[in-house]
Design a protein around this ligand. Structure first.
Ligand code: AMP
Ligand code: MN
Ligand code: MN
Ligand code: MN
Length: 285
């Protein structure tokens, strides 16, 4: 019987709605055999999630989703099997969170100029002490009637050329891949179809990533269409990258991205879990 892997998910440690504890419980209820928690730029949820997974006899992979600026565009690099005790990784993530805090204030100031008061305070409150992300600003704007839903709010306020967008100085691709791999993890390009890159640009990203020691490609994502999965599968094979799959689950309220409800990897792909690191994930062989 084949196992269900879900290698991209979020908890309240970043911008998810479920605590690490609840997330793992939900994954278990959805028959997920192996879950990776990959919060944005923070590892605070990992120990709670690992403990819960162990008590349920579920496989668990400590992960991260690192925000990266590559050629003036934000891309996300997932790390699987990272060591949360890595000093270098934690120093890097702390720097990204500092930038996040400054950016949140700046988003607040810009929205204020646009006639929307109290956004920084509102988003901070919604983040409840965890990292503050655009998701929290989006929630504030929807709750206060500035937009009708999450899709609408990003389009109108929170993307490039909109009042609440602040361009990022995140990690370089080299830093992100280095922090992950030197902590013992596998680096994976997250949801490649979401960047809407031309084929040439996406290939350039993959080449850079490979040269820096990256090895994985998220062929199957909760946000990829069937055609995108096929295309990304071909790219993974062509560039000899290991294929990963993850829902990018944030909340039970988003019915499209349920945990563990993923298409299977295209047949010719080599999965990330063919690597030796995956033999010790808390499951019988
Ligand atoms: P940040 O890392 O703070 O810039 O926030 C990015 C997060 O916002 C992503 O991880 C998603 O969870 C969320 N996000 C980005 N674009 C959208 C969108 N169009 N609709 C809903 N959520 C989005
Ligand atoms: Mn997110
Ligand atoms: Mn992402
Ligand atoms: Mn994500």
């Amino acid at each position: 019987m084949s196992r269900i892997y879900d290698l991209h998910s979020h908890s309240t440690a970043s911008d998810g709605d479920l605590s690490p504890f609840e997330l793992v419980q939900r994954a278990h209820a959805q028959q997920v055999d192996v879950l990776a928690l990959t919060d944005h730029d923070v590892t605070d949820g990992l120990s709670e999630a690992a403990e819960m997974a162990a008590s349920l006899g579920m496989g668990f992979v400590p992960g991260i989703e690192v925000s990266v600026s590559w050629q003036r565009q934000t891309v996300h690099i997932v790390g699987l099997h990272i060591d949360p005790d890595s000093v270098e990784l934690q120093a890097g993530l702390a720097r990204l969170r500092e930038f996040r805090n400054w950016r949140a204030e700046e988003i607040g100031r810009r929205l204020e100029k646009d006639g929307i008061g109290g956004a920084y305070e509102g988003a901070t409150q919604l983040a409840r002490g965890a990292i503050i992300s655009r998701t929290h600003f989006a929630q504030f704007l929807v709750v206060n009637g500035y937009a009708k839903d999450m899709r609408d709010v990003f389009k109108r306020f929170l993307i490039k050329n909109k009042p609440g967008y602040v361009s990022g100085e995140w990690a370089s691709l080299e830093e992100a891949v280095g922090w992950i791999t030197r902590s013992g993890g596998q680096a994976v390009i997250a949801h490649p179809a979401r960047y809407k890159m031309t084929a040439t640009r996406l290939r350039r990203l993959i080449r850079d990533f490979r040269e820096l020691g990256g090895s994985g490609f998220e062929v199957v994502s909760g946000t990829h269409s069937a055609d995108e999965i096929k295309y990304m599968g071909r790219l993974a094979n062509q560039f000899e990258l290991l294929a990963s799959c993850g829902s990018d689950f944030h909340s039970p309220n988003n019915v499209y991205l349920e945990l563990g409800r993923l298409a299977s990897l295209p047949e010719a792909c080599t999965p990330v879990w063919s690597d030796a690191r995956w033999q010790d994930i808390g499951l019988p062989q």
